[in-house]
Design a protein around this ligand. Structure first.
Ligand code: F0G
Length: 380
């Protein structure tokens, strides 16, 4: 029998590239190591020669990429003696915070916009025993409240303004480079607060830096928490493309948006917290921002589910919606390699999925005849 070492999460795997001490108690649920799936049918559907991969972050323990950041943020909060964490959230951060707090044995307070988070995410926050504060306001209002209250109360903020979050999230870029043997030409992400696009860029820069693994000088993104020292770049780095939902697209407007709206509730954010960093990522990488309508987002979600068997939540499909449009219009040239991050699992938001699926559901008698007829009709 051949034994492989048990996978114990991204902190153990990338310990030498993360701000972790030998005796740090690691709070992990086995996050990271998610599949990079090469799309085999959609390129044919759109009639273009491109290598498109989706990084299926919905397969993290709580169903979104937030787990990568949360393992680091909660590990460091516990190391610092914190007994409680707090976040504002459109749903996924609160689910991850609740789960990792449960694992660590500390309290999580989560502020969510009433009526505007997907049911799966609310279920997670409730089941993991967090204290859920539903506010009559949106994510941006919640984020401001969290910042204000953390100045007066003994709670650690675990939103992506916590620098350890981005440190954990950068590991997604490491995994991609290790699997492809190089960075892709383009990396497409849905953008809300813009923490994740920033984290990926930190990861790609760090990995491609000539200065190696063990550099401790400050990088300009994270005030000394990562190993990227700047300096010469030896490996390739992707152009970073950030796609926003059209009703919540401050990077397209060039200014904050006060009343963001979109079916993709995860990215219903008008005041991104990593505003400056994301503009820098775009400049440095030679990428761009663009927006997708709710219709385009839902169409991409459905296309991916129907043609490739991959189910992601609406916000996640924004990366693919944008990428497919830019492949079709030639902005992304044929022959390119492209990675689209699918940030969250489709099961997070069953309501939207059921509403938009078109419902190929037939109620029939529980008889052999009825089933046989249904099969004949379905194959016709
Ligand atoms: N996709 C999903 C599924 C998300 O939940 C989020 C953010 C993003 C994309 C955008 O990532 O903010 O780093 O640009 N969700 C946060 C939350 C805001 O509270 O769960 P970003």
């Amino acid at each position: 029998m051949h034994f492989r070492p048990r996978y114990t999460g991204l902190i153990e795997r990338y310990r030498d590239r993360l701000p972790i001490h030998d005796d740090t108690r690691i709070i992990s649920l086995g996050e990271g190591n998610t599949p990079l799936i090469r799309l085999s049918n959609i390129p044919r559907v759109i009639g273009k020669e491109v290598d498109i991969y989706v990084k299926y972050e919905g397969l993290n323990p709580t169903g979104s990429f937030k787990d990568r950041g949360m393992t680091m943020a909660v590990t460091k909060a516990v190391e610092a003696g914190s007994r409680a964490i707090i976040c504002a959230s459109t749903g996924n951060t609160s689910a991850a915070a609740a789960a990792y707090a449960a694992r660590a044995g500390i309290t999580a307070f989560v502020l969510i916009p009433e009526g505007k988070i997907a049911m799966g995410k609310l279920a997670q926050a409730m089941m993991h025993g967090s204290i859920v504060l539903q506010i009559r306001g949106n994510f941006d209002a919640g984020m401001q409240l969290v910042k204000d209250v953390a100045e007066q109360a003994p709670v650690t903020i675990v939103n992506s303004i916590n620098p350890f979050r981005l440190q954990g999230q950068k590991t997604a870029a490491f995994e991609i480079v290790e699997e492809l043997g190089r960075a892709p030409d383009y990396h497409c992400l849905p953008v809300g607060n813009a923490g994740n696009i920033t984290a990926h860029w930190i990861g790609y820069c760090e990995y491609s830096s000539a200065s190696g693994d063990h550099v401790t000088a400050a990088c300009s993104y994270c005030n000394g928490h990562c190993a990227y020292a700047g300096g010469a770049v030896v490996g390739n780095r992707p152009k970073m493309i950030g796609y926003q939902a059209a009703g919540s697209a401050p990077f397209m407007r060039g200014a904050m948006v006060d009343n963001p709206e979109t079916v993709a509730t995860a990215i219903r954010i008008g005041h991104p917290q990593s505003w400056e960093q994301a503009w820098k990522v775009k400049e440095e990488s030679g990428g761009w921002f663009d927006e997708c309508s709710d219709e385009e987002i839902l169409a991409a979600q459905k296309l991916l589910a129907e043609k490739e068997g991959v189910f992601c939540e609406p916000a996640s499909a924004t990366s693919l919606a944008g990428a497919l449009r830019d492949v079709k219009n030639g902005k992304i040239p044929e022959g390119s390699s492209i990675v689209c991050t699918l940030t969250g699992h489709g099961l997070k938001d069953p309501d939207t999925a059921i509403q938009q699926s078109g419902g190929n559901v037939h109620t029939i008698d529980a008889s052999l005849d009825a089933v046989r007829k249904a099969i004949l009709d379905g194959m016709a």
